[in-house]
Ligand binder design. Structure first.
Ligand code: FES
Length: 161
């Protein structure tokens, strides 16, 4: 990588740098630039440098009326039920599960797609409808889960951490 006109090979030779040394230094500079841009954990976060995501805190139990989120009537359906903190519920074969929409890599809010999968717009981590990390462009862990407790009538659930 040529950072400035004084870092070119011709100038380097004039300073007594061998071609091998020049290529080695240029390669190291290129690798450093790529690593700086790849968003490794803690270096490029929505939360700030060096701040890693933590499980969400729901200070007041959240009551969710299921009729307001028709997607939750079908297995595989997902709905964002809260923005602050960003929480989603998903209908699995064994019931409702809940999770934070804050990416476990560096804290960016993941996006819910029309097919009910999720993708982080920051570095491309991808998640299944139930919050399980499935791959994508960034290795990370599954989204942080929250506790979902159905009420007796089945019409509402309480979401807590
Ligand atoms: S913040 Fe990096 S993949 Fe989500």
């Amino acid at each position: 990588m040529i950072a400035s006109e004084h870092d070119c090979h011709t100038c380097a030779v004039a300073r007594g740098v061998s071609r091998r040394e020049f290529v080695s230094q240029a390669t190291l500079a290129a690798v450093a630039a790529v690593l700086a841009g790849c968003g490794s954990a803690g270096s490029d976060t929505a939360l700030g440098p060096g701040v890693l995501p933590k499980p969400p805190v729901i200070s007041t139990p959240m009551i969710v009326t299921l009729a307001n989120f028709p997607a939750l009537a079908t297995v595989g359906g997902v709905a964002r039920v809260s923005s602050q903190p960003a929480i989603a519920l998903a209908r699995t074969a064994s019931g409702l599960v809940g999770y934070s929409l804050e990416c476990t890599h560096a804290g960016t809010t993941v996006e819910l797609r029309s097919d009910f999968t999720l993708r982080c717009p920051n570095h491309g981590a991808e998640f299944a409808f139930d919050g399980t990390w499935t791959g994508g462009q960034q290795q990370t862990s599954s989204l942080f889960s929250v506790t979902v407790t159905p009420d007796a009538s089945g019409e509402t659930v309480t979401v807590t951490t």
